[in-house]
Design a protein around this ligand. Structure first.
Ligand code: TXA
Ligand code: MG
Length: 319
């Protein structure tokens, strides 16, 4: 019989079922504040392999491992100095840190794609935290969508994308942040590099910790192998920096929509707020890709704060 995804409201009972499933080596999609994750016990090779199979993801992509608390991370990983400061400022939250893999680390090599480092994160979401503490092992989780497609910010998106996989989907409503975590790495000279723009902006990092991150084009340098140039693609072509869409285009605006527009259109944020725009990005793209129209035209988005993460997703989606 073909596998079918199952969905349940997140509650004390369904979190317990989900934890049991994870311990048994099966897949659970769960809400986090960034996007829904497709989780498996990070210490079981076979369980991690199921993630790659369900996502149809190239197996060289390393996954982020999720922990219920900073203490749980510290119990497994020694922190380079700037990591402690970042954890204090941003955990739980939408920041992932790439740390050296300590001797005897129980995390599957498959989850790290054979690298000598592991990306770790403590999500800021009550259901995710109770699931993670119940399971008692780190949970490897990429976004819960087929490789290359739009990321899921609602349980329905996961159900649409992974409907024929054996996955239990915990429905925790809509993700508040809406773009994936920012990923940082630590250099031998003590500096911190930004490997992926995400839910915590460079400006936030500087303001809260005094650390000036250096953006590392992880795609060009082959440093963060999961950073495929082409990614986050809707099923319709995207056209960027458009102020005036053509007649047969769908339109995704930023700020108030042009008054004379006859196109099917939505705005990421009426009041041009980047946080609100990030929260709406994937959800609105999911809506627009199902509508009639030749392509999706998107308004210019300012390249500051969360605007950088939004533009990163849009640019990879537009290739
Ligand atoms: O918000 C998020 O981060 C979501 C939720 C579910 O937590 N997860 C997520 O995972 O976006 P994923 O697998 O789609 O993205 C993982 C990113 C990739 O860009 C990958 O290259 C990078 O993290 N990464 C993972 N492990 C790494 C490592 N050891 N070294 C460098 N980059 C790594
Ligand atoms: Mg992803």
């Amino acid at each position: 019989m073909a596998a079918i995804a199952q969905r349940a409201e997140a509650s004390v009972e369904t979190v317990a079922i989900a934890a049991e499933r994870l311990r048994a080596g099966r897949l659970v999609a769960f809400p986090t504040e960034t996007v829904y994750g497709l989780g498996a016990d990070a210490t079981q090779d076979a369980a991690v392999a199921r993630i790659f199979e369900a996502k149809q993801r190239p197996s060289f992509n390393p996954l982020i491992c999720h922990f219920p608390s900073t203490d749980a991370v510290c119990a497994m990983f020694p922190f380079p100095e700037p990591a402690a400061r970042l954890a204090d400022a941003f955990w739980p939250g939408s920041l992932s840190m790439v740390l050296p893999r300590p001797a005897g680390c129980p995390i599957s090599k498959l989850a790290c794609a054979g690298l000598e480092t592991v990306a770790v994160r403590v999500p800021n979401h009550a259901m995710a935290q109770s699931l993670l503490s119940d399971v008692g092992v780190p949970v490897a989780a990429p976004s819960a969508n087929r490789s290359g497609r739009l990321s899921p910010t609602r349980a329905e998106h996961v159900m649409q994308s992974l409907s024929d996989s054996d996955v239990f989907v915990l429905d925790g409503g809509r993700c508040a942040v809406g773009v994936e975590s920012s990923v940082v790495g630590f250099e031998a000279d003590g500096s911190v590099s930004l490997l992926r723009e995400g839910g915590i902006s460079r400006e936030d990092i500087l303001q809260r910790t005094g650390i000036e991150v250096v953006y590392f084009d992880a795609v060009d340098e082959g440093r963060s192998p999961g950073r495929l140039t082409r990614h986050y693609q809707p099923t319709k072509p995207l056209r960027l920096n458009v102020e005036q869409p053509t007649e047969d285009e769908l339109y995704l605006g930023f700020g108030p929509l042009p008054p004379d527009l006859s196109n099917k259109a939505m705005t990421l944020s009426e009041r041009a707020d980047l946080t609100e725009a990030a929260a709406n990005l994937f959800s609105m793209l999911h809506d627009l890709e199902t509508q009639d129209g030749s392509s999706i035209a998107v308004a210019p988005i300012p390249e500051t704060g969360l605007g950088r993460a939004i533009n990163d997703r849009l640019q990879r989606g537009a290739i």
